[in-house]
Design a protein around this ligand. Sequence first.
Ligand code: HEM
Length: 480
Amino acid sequence: MPTSVIDLPKLPDVSLYGSLGVSTSERLAFQRTLSKQRSPLVRGRILHRPLLLPCTPEACHEVLVTKAKHFEKAPGLRVLLYMFAGQGLFTSEGALWQRQRKLMSPIFQPAPMHQYAETMRQVATRAADRMRDGEAIDVAQETTRIAMSIVGKALFDADTFDDADALGAALTTALSWVNHNVGSPGLIAHVLLLDAIEALGAKTSGSLNELFESAHKKVSVPFLLPGVRDEKLRSAVKLLDERIQDMIDERRRQGFARKDLLTRLLTAQDEDKPGAHMSDKQVRDEAVTLFVAGHETTATALAWSFYLLAKNPEVRDRAQAEADAFGSDPITQWDPTKLEYCTRVFKEVLRLFPPVMMFPRRAIDDVEICGVTIPRKTLTFVSAYAQHYREDSYEDPHRFDPDRWLPQRESLRPKGSYLPFSAGPRFCIGVHFAMMEGPIVLATLLQRWRFEIDSQKTIEEDDFATLRPKGGVPAFVRSR
Ligand code: HEM
């Protein structure tokens, strides 16, 4: 058994960048190779930097859960999201992250989340009302609109909230900028520069060290990335700042009467420090983070859901039957037992197409994973995608089989083998929201419509910020 990184099996390089590749097809091929590895860990590289890749569920569980305190999120992510999401929960680290997670966790517990079930149903019903028999649509565009409106209503109590709204459009502009820069040479160059400054800083002390520290702070904001000086992006960020501040001021004037997430963020209190609230800037960063993290992921999973249902008519019929059983009763009271099958469908979709495929981490200190000593600063990528296609965790892993998630079968899965929401302290805070939204939207649309998708057509994956269906999901709407 290897005990040092250098003795681990090495993945072949697929491009000059190293083992990860640059194009979508290279990145997906890399993850498929990863899912076939028997060794708990393998090594690869990104440019000149060594990369450690946990392969087995146990190794992923150690990195994300049991040894989580030895890792931080990799710096590239911070650079990319800093521009418009600032220091929200997704990107912050250390004491700031701990404080924010503690403040925000009560808001995202299942009970307070249930009040948004009605919003989810209403938005999905509105979308179903707009559709016409025989109409050609892109399901992915529809689900984006639906998920954006749901998060817009939950966050800002905004009745119409989509990309036609100025705030929605500004957020979409900022998000597309992120999408275009994920894994870009500009981002890699930026991270390497940060790395070099950090390494030089570590070798110095006194005023020279302070100089490196301040240089590091300055280059922690994006400036090498293409388009960052783009007027469109700048005005989008400006509009975001102004509009969210206006909403914060309005909540304050009205004595925090609304029940939206923005109000809950503004009034969240630390139990240990009564009276201590988040600053307006922190609330703004969290709101933008929740908006981004909370709609693109669900929208993508919903788009894949309708694609897989169209390809698997027997599964679709069972999901439709469950939706039909509501009759004229609205799905207002969230009762997971009534949407058991749609929930299993959504879970299985998240296995086959995990919207967030990989979780980049960096070791803060030397740490042992599955008996191998990983040196401080080593980059490691945990791949949910690779876990979800492992044959030793899932029988016939390419098959769409929602019944894998029957409780008696689910309980047999090893820890670390199902990671759509990650695991450990940084697992998705919006998991209850998402696991309500997916089945409610599915059932609401299935009650009314069938989406006909060319059965011969296979839609490929496209890995932007999330794992999207390439070219969308073109479909014909058919009345039932
Ligand atoms: C199907 C839908 C969703 C998926 C697949 C998903 C997936 C994830 C994953 C994998 C992470 C962790 C990333 C990492 O460890 O590097 C994460 C974190 C996060 N998600 Fe989600 N998410 C979804 C929906 C949501 C929703 C609806 C919200 C909010 C309304 C949300 C808010 C967040 C936040 C704030 C974090 C950062 C948590 C932290 O670091 O403490 N997500 N999500």
